[in-house]
Design a protein around this ligand. Sequence first.
Ligand SMILES: [Zn+2]
Length: 487
Amino acid sequence: MRMHQQVLTIYSYDFEARLESMTSNDKVAVAFGKVAARTIRILGAGLGSNLPGRVARKLAPDVLSHLAGQSKKGVIAVTGTNGKSTTSGLLSSVLKTAGFTLIHNRQGANLVTGITATLVDAASWDGHINTDYCLFEIDEAALPLVAKETTLSVVVVTNLFRDQLDRFGELDTTAKLIEKGITTCKSPAILNADDPNVCQLVPENTRLFFGLDAAFCEVDSQKLQDESNPDCSQSMELSYCLKCGSEIVYDCFFYGQLGHWRCSSCSYKRPDPTIVATHIQLHAANSRFKLTDKRQNLSVEVKLPIPGLFNVYNALAAAACAVKLGVTLESIKQGLQNYSTLFGRSEKISLLGKPVLIQLIKNPAGASQTVKAVVEDSTARVLIAINDNLADGRDISWLWDADFEPLKAVKGTVIVSGLRADDMAVRMKYAGVEPERIICVPKLERALRQALNDTSPDETLWVLPTYTCLLELQKIVKTMGQSLAGT
Ligand SMILES: [Zn+2]
């Protein structure tokens, strides 16, 4: 106990010190960073989401620490392979609804330079920050670097899927980076109980778990066995027990490696989550579920304005973090319902009078879940755009690990586009879509116009782009007189 108090004292001392610690160097750095950001915007050379941070850090290496340290209630980090942006977006909506002010890197620039740029942008010209919270989605590899520069009050880990293998090599490496980030500040961790890769993190820290109820699992297991997906093990990612190395097995299974898991040989198993979703109903454009805080024995009914089981997980992660910060369930419910979508994440717009839903895809687990959401929508039309630029990941073999098979049930054409349109066309053929329905249009603008042509006003065009296709889409949408969120 005394030890604990000592740690707290050190932290609050640190905090006070930082509040008064803006050096003249920092102030110059902030001013130069702000000028850089404005110049970039005036020149129309992008959003200026990284360069101003780089400039400021060059002039004052401690600028992130000194800026973030001024937040009154602390710094919240959201990390994990999938769902960082949506989870932090949902959490932002919840905290604002609860009456807090916050600084949030909502453009998704989630490396150290992007986070610094966000702070520089939010600071006054003389380097003052006036906010309750800083809320940052942070790239897994950048987490330890940010944790070294500022105290993370709480860290949310959404999940750990196989993702962007060319960058990190192995899942283990990513887990170690996240672990390092969390232990650096002894941050409390908000963890996904259904993900065996995430549950095993930071056993020494304060942890709060969230997860899905088994009742939903039974429904899902039946779905898994239905004809559209005869081999459910195909989409299951293998995981291994941290304690003994044996294979993880499932009493029920949702997707990826998420489910009610246990070790096949030792007693290690899924922890009982405190924040739980039950009575889940998935619809074409939204979902409903009952959110329960088991510790307080309280529940609320939530209507989430975005579709897909993966977004129920994102909402749970945000809710669990908010509970940890002392927000009431009623505010959490309101905040989740108030959510308006982020750039390319289940984003709904209207183009040429047709409803369009844009969902970024980047790895097998996310893509499979998106496909599931598409086929839930009986009015869905589909355009898939695949690039293999550096930011997308050069290796597109993941297309073969994702479950595109259900798309054969979608009516009309399936348009494939992007630098790897041909590969995607082959993938669609193997998924069982009749060749005459697969239309290959590598140029994205042409593909989009054709897809809109094929979509009637009472249908929804689902656009599934990889990251750089999404950036291209953003420009095309602008020429059509619309804009995507945050741009
Ligand atoms: Zn074991």
